[in-house]
Design a protein. Structure first.
Length: 371
């Protein structure tokens, strides 16, 4: 990252940070953006900031992404301040503006940079390892949605258009299948058959939104464990970060993705499918956490779809993995030839496990939503 760090060195004075820059180094394990950490001497005090070069292959309009992030971060900060919540500066991202008042600075290569206050004495974890952690994750995502339920002003920009649109994802899948450019349709007939059988059912969230049965809300779209900062001192979850994909959507998109990633102990590309199990104890804990914040604003039609949403988001991922496999592995990085097919099989195995425990999952929802 030698190249990027020198681009950053050139433009860093344009951010409204005072003091003397003492240190600048790469930081973190994000997969999307390049993240750096700077340390400044501000009249004897050491203060740190993070700087990120926004991935402009993923985000076509970085200025719109930053517009979204600034509004969301400021709204949460204002809410914390109105409610006199302690430790506010660690509970919301603080965007550092440029000296001319923009939430980004461009470098000599045309790259877009943003800066945040570094949240001190916090850490991110890679995986939920107990139902208690699943609960924390659900609670953090629910709180995030609740904090944004009353964001005023114009609709947020769609950072990635049609991100969770099952219908457009299926259109692309059908195209890939018809073309079959890499002659891979034959090796994935079973998976294709399942996805075709489930096409109509998979459209339930997007149809419900279009027909106004479930409301459009603000959605994070990347609520995994390593995007939630936890307090080093054991004070629980502090802050949901990684706001690139914050955009209009359904509350059930985030919820469904939590179900997909938190209720199984298997990695997304685990090939031993006997390990891909929907664990109802994690599901219960996750839902308890989520509802502890989200129960206030969710409407009956959303509650009715809680189990279905987990299946739905798992399906969309299975569909995307198979589409990428058919198209020749352009989107997801692969470490072995059939990696994307393995990922698809893994997601479909998770759906089968959900289907086998459907009644139990619905019973849990009923029990936790009645109170
Ligand atoms: P990506 O989109 O690449 O995943 P993230 O915004 O999640 O980028 O940042 C990558 C990592 O950097 C995070 O997982 C976190 O550990 C760390 N990080 C980012 N911003 C901050 C911050 N303001 N304070 C503390 N750590 C941060
Ligand atoms: Mg991240
Ligand atoms: Mg991100």
């Amino acid at each position: 990252e030698r190249g990027k760090i020198s681009l950053l060195e050139e433009i860093i004075p344009q951010f409204a940070i005072y003091g003397e820059l003492e240190n600048l180094k790469p930081f973190g394990k994000g997969h999307i953006n390049d993240t750096f950490l700077s340390t400044w001497n501000q009249a004897g005090a050491r203060v740190r900031y993070t700087h990120q070069r926004i991935n402009d292959h993923v985000f076509a309009k970085p200025d719109e992404v930053m517009d979204n992030i600034l509004r969301v971060a400021n709204h949460i900060a204002k809410k914390l301040s109105d409610q006199e919540i302690p430790d506010r500066s660690r509970r919301a991202l603080t965007v550092i503006l440029s000296r001319d008042g923009k939430p980004w600075v461009k470098d000599a290569d045309g790259g877009w940079w943003r800066s945040y206050c570094f949240i001190e004495n916090a850490h991110a974890r890679e995986l939920a390892e107990s139902p208690e952690e699943a609960k924390l994750l659900g609670q953090s995502a629910g709180l995030f949605q609740k904090q944004l339920a009353d964001l005023g002003g114009p609709r947020l920009f769609e950072a990635i258009p049609n991100f969770h649109n099952m219908e457009t994802r299926y259109t692309r899948f059908h195209e890939a299948l018809d073309k079959d450019e890499h002659k891979r349709a034959k090796t994935s007939e079973k998976e294709t058959a399942f996805l075709l059988e489930n096409e109509k059912r998979g459209g339930v969230l997007i149809r419900s939104m279009r027909e106004g049965r479930i409301p459009e809300r603000i959605c994070h779209n990347d609520t995994k464990m390593n995007n939630i900062l936890l307090d080093d001192a054991g004070g629980g979850s502090l802050c949901v970060i990684d706001l690139d994909t914050v955009m209009p959507g359904s509350s059930l998109f985030d919820w469904g993705d939590l179900v997909r990633t938190v209720t199984t102990r298997a990695e997304e590309d685990e090939r031993d499918l006997s390990k891909v199990i929907f664990d109802t104890a994690y599901f219960r804990a996750l839902l308890e956490g989520y509802l502890s914040e989200a129960r206030d604003f969710l409407i009956p039609e959303e509650l009715k779809l809680l189990v279905e949403a987990g299946r739905n988001i798992t399906q969309i991922m299975g569909l995307r993995f198979l589409t990428d496999y058919l198209e020749g592995d352009h989107y997801y990085h692969i470490a072995r030839p059939d990696h994307n097919l393995d990922r698809c099989r893994n997601q479909l195995a998770l759906i089968h496990s959900m289907d086998n425990q459907w009644d139990e999952a619905e019973r849990i929802v009923k029990e936790l939503t009645i109170a």
